[in-house]
Write a protein that binds this ligand. Structure first.
Ligand SMILES: Cc1cc2nc3c(=O)[nH]c(=O)nc-3n(C[C@H](O)[C@H](O)[C@H](O)COP(=O)(O)OP(=O)(O)OC[C@H]3O[C@@H](n4cnc5c(N)ncnc54)[C@H](O)[C@@H]3O)c2cc1C
Length: 292
């Protein structure tokens, strides 16, 4: 199947990219790794007449930490994120999600910005970012704004990003000492699989190495967007980490989930799996928080 005709633009700066996007408002799409966009165009699900590539914009494929804030560039690929020691230390849930996205070939092209802007409910990098408390930095003709990721997604394939805006960074607070992360993905097969359920957890321990100071649990594929499980976090904070409290958090997360029956799995099964995977993700996070 051939791609529909389009004009290709490769701006050399963020300002230029925003200008080109604005010039062709409504007719242009941002091109990152292309693993979603080009596939959709081939299937004629979309036909933008202008593609604005970010490949020439410097600095969008870098991560950094500054003044208690971690910044992840939207053009960082899943392969790079999965192997980065910096990401493992500062945003570990993202490295775990990136490592199980698609296949090695897809991971080489697929970017974190594309995964977030694509806004799929089961996205393997968006769900961890939600657990990390990430914020989307959007740059458009009126300047920059930040949106918490829980407010960024509004439905399958839909976000609050305006057509003239670019996702120029993802930001989050630097992890407190004693923080660990977990990520669990369940599919119908082991590789090249969109999740049936995916769960990301972030857990911070008090100085005693046992009491849970802060927790966030994010769920994928059980609602129209990736969602947080506030009930799970509530059960965890202030308690001693361990199997019983993680199991209770799993039950709360299952109650927070809003799955529906579809051809890949029933709502009942998905809810059961949320409970199991949440407890596993929390155990994984706990082990890492203890430095294991
Ligand atoms: C075979 C295959 C397997 C896959 N498996 C998985 C999987 O297991 N898990 C998973 O989560 N995903 C999977 N995907 C989906 C896809 O690879 C990911 O969502 C990927 O992260 C998208 O990134 P990209 O850079 O390729 O985005 P692109 O295709 O370039 O863009 C995706 C969308 O985001 C927009 N966009 C991209 N970057 C920006 C930006 N900076 N600012 C504004 N808009 C932007 C584009 O305009 C487009 O609408 C799979 C895809 C394929 C083809």
């Amino acid at each position: 199947m051939l791609l529909p005709r389009f004009e290709y633009h490769q701006p050399a700066s963020l300002d230029e990219a925003v200008e080109v996007l604005g010039q062709y408002a409504g007719e242009a799409a941002v091109l990152a790794g292309g693993t979603d966009l080009l596939v959709n165009m081939k299937h004629q699900a979309m036909a933008p007449s202008h593609l604005v590539s970010l490949a020439g914009v410097e600095g969008l494929d870098q991560a950094s930490a500054d003044g208690g804030r971690v910044t992840v560039g939207p053009l960082m690929s899943a392969a790079v994120l999965a192997q980065s020691e910096f990401i493992a230390a500062n945003a570990g849930a993202l490295a775990l999600g990136a490592a199980v996205l698609g296949s090695p070939q897809v991971r080489t092209r697929a970017t974190v910005g594309g995964n977030v802007c694509n806004a799929r409910p089961a996205a393997d990098m968006s769900v961890p970012l939600l657990a990390l408390g990430a914020r989307a930095v959007l740059t458009g003709p009126d300047g920059q704004r930040q949106v918490d990721l829980e407010e960024f997604f509004v439905g399958p394939g839909q976000t609050v990003r305006a057509p003239g805006e670019l996702l120029s960074a993802l930001e989050m607070d630097a992890p407190a000492p004693g923080t660990g992360w977990g990520y669990q993905k369940l599919g119908l097969r082991k590789a090249l699989e969109i999740s049936l359920v995916n769960v990301a957890a972030a857990l911070s321990l008090e100085d005693d190495g046992k009491t849970i100071k802060a927790a966030r649990v994010a769920l994928g594929a059980v609602a129209p967007t990736p969602i947080l499980a506030p009930g799970a976090a509530e059960v965890l904070v202030g308690q001693a980490a361990g199997g019983d409290v993680f199991k209770a958090a799993g039950q709360k997360a299952a109650a927070d989930a809003k799955p529906i029956d579809d051809h890949r799995g029933s709502a009942w099964y998905r809810r059961e799996m949320v409970a199991v995977l949440t407890a596993r993700a929390l155990n994984q996070a706990w082990a890492r928080a203890q430095g294991q």
